[in-house]
Design a protein around this ligand. Structure first.
Ligand SMILES: Cc1cc2nc3c(=O)[nH]c(=O)nc-3n(C[C@H](O)[C@H](O)[C@H](O)COP(=O)(O)O)c2cc1C
Length: 311
């Protein structure tokens, strides 16, 4: 089997991706130019930065710091508000469509009703999929416990959004819950077409010289390679519980990481922190490395590799 013959295409709720790499929300997804750049770099799908009902400035600096295990961030959901985001999505969609790359919006809101309102408005931007961010860990003091924290609240948001849009939805889950399989099951019952797993893991990093946390927000979300085993465990538990497509996200930086995520049951792989570390060319590099691995291991396509570690 030659590397060129390996088929990296996949499908998420009727949306075809040329390869399984997906730009994770919050990285490069803040302008049409940056999203176009990701598409030019060989990404399979692009997720925009999460947007909410109103414009938000986010937290004060420092909001993101690299550490030994990856990155810790508390950006604070900086966004232009949903009305402005619709323009941004329309522009991005036009450019990405010509390249055959699907565009995913991402939304958050402080209440169930506002989630539905934001979903209805964002649908005017005609994204191919809407990711429902019920799991951002950095704004707990402003929004209370994330909706991803219980099956009941996660399902309420899912059902409200599903009723407000005709566009497929993927619900983004949090790792810091007692039973992620139950939450996955609840959101699928409530109408989720796909699941994105996972968002960052809440953490605290202290600068011993300064005697204080490194982030102005004190706590933040851990991402990057320290998150990978947590993400793999979550994806595996979700895959055992439900049949919908999973965008496995957390610590994927190379082709082998992507293979592991697919072996845990993911259909596609989100890539965030590694874009900082390896540059936007990370998507093409991951595909090249994944192809080489699949050729050597004898997997002709992603379907043949999906979930093999669960058997
Ligand atoms: C700087 C930064 C900003 C992020 N912003 C968002 C966001 O707006 N919405 C969201 O759903 N996830 C956001 N995330 C989480 C990522 O989409 C992803 O779930 C997480 O970082 C794990 O993937 P990674 O290890 O590949 O970075 C952000 C992550 C980082 C590092």
């Amino acid at each position: 089997m030659s590397a060129e013959r390996i088929d990296l295409s996949c499908e998420l709720s009727g949306i075809r991706l040329g390869n399984p790499t997906v730009l994770a929300s919050g990285i490069l997804g803040t302008s049409a130019d940056l999203m176009e750049r990701a598409a030019q770099s060989g990404v399979g799908g692009v997720t925009a930065k999460s947007c909410g009902p109103e414009k938000r400035a986010g937290h004060i600096n420092p909001v993101a710091v690299e550490w030994d295990g990856g990155v810790i961030n508390a950006i604070g959901l900086t966004n232009p508000g949903v009305e402005e985001e619709v323009h941004l999505l329309r522009e991005a969609k036009q450019r990405l469509t010509t390249m055959g790359v699907p565009l995913f919006a991402s939304i958050f809101a402080p209440t169930v009703a506002e989630f539905a309102q934001v979903a209805a408005v964002i649908s005017r931007g005609e994204p191919d999929l809407i990711e429902i961010n019920i799991s951002c860990p950095n704004v707990g003091d402003e929004f209370g416990t994330p909706f991803a924290g219980s099956p009941e609240t996660a399902a309420q948001v899912t059902a409200a959004v599903k009723a407000a849009t005709h566009i497929p939805i993927s619900v983004k889950l949090a790792p810091n819950v007692p039973n992620i399989a139950r939450i996955a099951h609840a959101v699928v019952e409530a109408g989720a077409d796909a699941i994105t797993a996972i968002n960052t893991m809440p953490g605290l990093i202290i600068d011993p010289m300064a005697g204080q946390p490194v982030l102005a927000n004190r706590v933040g979300g851990l991402s990057g390679w320290s998150l990978k085993p947590v993400a793999l465990r979550c994806v595996a538990e979700i895959r055992r519980a439900v049949d919908v497509p999973i965008i496995g996200t957390g610590g994927v930086a190379n082709g082998l990481d992507a293979a592991e995520m697919i072996m845990a049951g993911a259909d596609a792989v989100g890539v965030g922190t590694a874009v900082w570390q390896r540059g936007p060319q990370v998507f093409a590099l991951i595909c090249e490395e994944l192809r080489a691995f699949m050729e050597e291991a004898g997997y002709p396509n992603l379907q043949a590799m999906k979930g093999v570690a669960l058997r």
